[in-house]
Write a protein that binds this ligand. Sequence first.
Ligand SMILES: Nc1nc2c(ncn2[C@@H]2O[C@@H]3COP(=O)(O)O[C@H]4[C@@H](O)[C@H](n5cnc6c(=O)[nH]c(N)nc65)O[C@@H]4COP(=O)(O)O[C@H]3[C@H]2O)c(=O)[nH]1
Length: 732
Amino acid sequence: VNTADSHICGYAQITLITLSTLLLMYGLLSKLMARLQRHRHQLNEQLIRLNHSMDASGDEWWEWDIAKNTVHRGHHWSFFPDDGMRSQDHYDAGAIHPKDLPRVRKAIEDHLNGKSEHYQLTYRVKGEQRKGWLWVLDRGRIVARNDGGKPSRIAGTLSDVNHLMQTKDQHLLFARTLENISDAVVILDKLFRPIDINQAFTKITGYTKDKLPEWSFAFNRYPEQFTEQLKKTLQNSGRWFGELEVHRADGSLFQIELTLDAVTDDEGNFTHYVGVFSDITQRKSTERELRKLANSDTLTELPNRSLFYANHQHMVRRSEPHALLVFDLDDFKKVNDSLGHNAGDQVLCAVARRLQRCCRSEDTLYRLGGDEFAIVIEGENSISTLSEVAERAMDTLSDPFKVQNSELFVSSSIGIAMYPLDGESTEDLLKKADIAMYYAKNQGANRFQFFSESMNEQAVKRLHLESMLRQGLREKWFEVHYQPQYSVERQQMIGMEALVRLRHPEQGLISPGDFMPLAEESGLIIDIGRWVLEQACQAAQSWREQGLYDGRIAINLSAKELDLDHFNETVEEILERTGLPADALELEITEGSVMQSPKQAISSMQALRKQGVLLALDDFGTGYSSLAYLKKFPITTLKIDRTFVKDLEHTLEDRQMANAIITIAHNLGLEVVAEGVENSDQIKILSAMNCDICQGFYFSHPLPHRDMTGLLREHKGSLPPHLLSHSTPKLA
Ligand SMILES: Nc1nc2c(ncn2[C@@H]2O[C@@H]3COP(=O)(O)O[C@H]4[C@@H](O)[C@H](n5cnc6c(=O)[nH]c(N)nc65)O[C@@H]4COP(=O)(O)O[C@H]3[C@H]2O)c(=O)[nH]1
């Protein structure tokens, strides 16, 4: 091998080596480049993934270069919190709530100063576009330091935690509400052990959170069966509600109204119970007080009518045989009227005490109202025993009552009805006892009466009649008939009596004898009487105005009308309206009704007399006939009752009676009217006795308005000629 060749060979070797090295380096470089490319690609992908996940989470990532004071961020959010440290770009700065800002700055500073591994806090921030504050969770940590070890970069994220904070707020509000409401709240575990309470619980019970009773404080007074039952209810329906009496921490008792609700987990298992209650001690005592007031009569302190109904209905529900005695004091109104209501109240209290003494411990006395009492006698339906009770009651009332230094006598009418024989409901039995009591009263009072079906029939009839009277008033079925009264001496009609009738569309004309007693009892007489007064005054005045008649018109008054306050004003008003002069009106008052309360009757009569109205005492001789009173009554006329006239021509006693009445009346300066004159013999006798006026079927029956007008037109008030011959004046 020559030198040149060896040189060539050397060059070739060098070239080859160089080329191989270059190739090797190129290979290495391309591998490096490829790896770098791959890494960059991976990094990009990671960045994209990170971006995607940040996007999906709604969070914002950020990195703060402390030295350059720049913030890089994902720009998922339109704004970045402006804490005055991290942000530079003010165009997208979000204001931090002024109350939160110091906290934010401190957290970041503390972290920069190495006081925390990382920082994490929630605060409120608001971008320009945003109306309300947004709660954010800001988390960050130092990711790089400079050569001196100082933090150079911090990276972190911002999360929207608004919904969490709102929920937290709601929880807080809820907890605060529970803590502050005035109802006590207790949370019990599955075994009814209290685990938490609110302030009201402590206030009401005295138990504190650290000293809760071991077991539900509410049940410690009740037997186990009760709690078992309660638990069953809770398990079945998830709720129990009721009133309980419980102990406070200091041992005192009080009442609560408790609602227990079961709390379930997601699987529907009971995990806890919540009890909510209020202290109802005060309410209960008020209720008791009110119930007592509602159930007892304030005057006598006896159980009242409403308690009677409640208790009696209870007895009826249990079908317990018993008897009901209803008491109504006789003429009690007189006590009130004559001695005043105070005295009346005293008597009622004394009656209550006396009746109470007649009752056995198992009997109950009630005051049903006014002067009405009732005794319920349990388990007793023997007529003889019940009669004994009624007699004992009457006996105990028979002793005089001492009121306002005077002695008063009070009696009672008693009606007795038996359950279930006479009635099967409270209303029915009370009605039957009332019917029997009214029957006893009508029989003369101061007696007792057992209910019987025949009484019931009567009562039913009365009920029908009463509704017929009411209907009659509404439908104008009443009419007034007029019966002339003649002066035999002057042979002139000097008066007429107005007599009411009811013309029923089907039953025809019904006379007052059939409905007056009931009209009086029911008080309907007041409306009927007023109507008659008005009609009769109007009719009399119209005859006067037509020149047909100038005598008086007599109208019957009932005791009830006379008793009315200001009745005289009613009369005055009617006289004024109709134009009838007062002295052309005569009001007839029966002796019986005046004697019911003579003092009051006298004062009412005096008021009427003052107006100039004439007053007649009707049915004289049939009732009390107290001559002493007769003198005191401011009457102008005395009417001899028909019973004395009826047999005048046959009976000496009646003649003597009539004669005596006429003499007394004349001695007192009164005019005398004889009623029920039916024949000329009676006229002769009465004329002989100087009786001033006669009225009766002999002259005329009571006539309807039209017929009376006819009679007046025909005879101008003089005695019809066919009667003239019989009216021979004065017999020896
Ligand atoms: N047997 C017989 N009877 C005769 C004779 N003459 C008249 N009568 C009847 O005797 C009654 C007289 O009226 P009274 O005694 O005031 O008795 C009246 C009176 O107390 C009462 N009454 C009538 N209308 C009214 C009224 O508007 N208001 C009031 N409160 N009571 C009235 O009803 C009672 C009965 O009235 P009437 O049935 O109309 O009965 C009337 C009359 O029709 C006769 O010669 N023989």
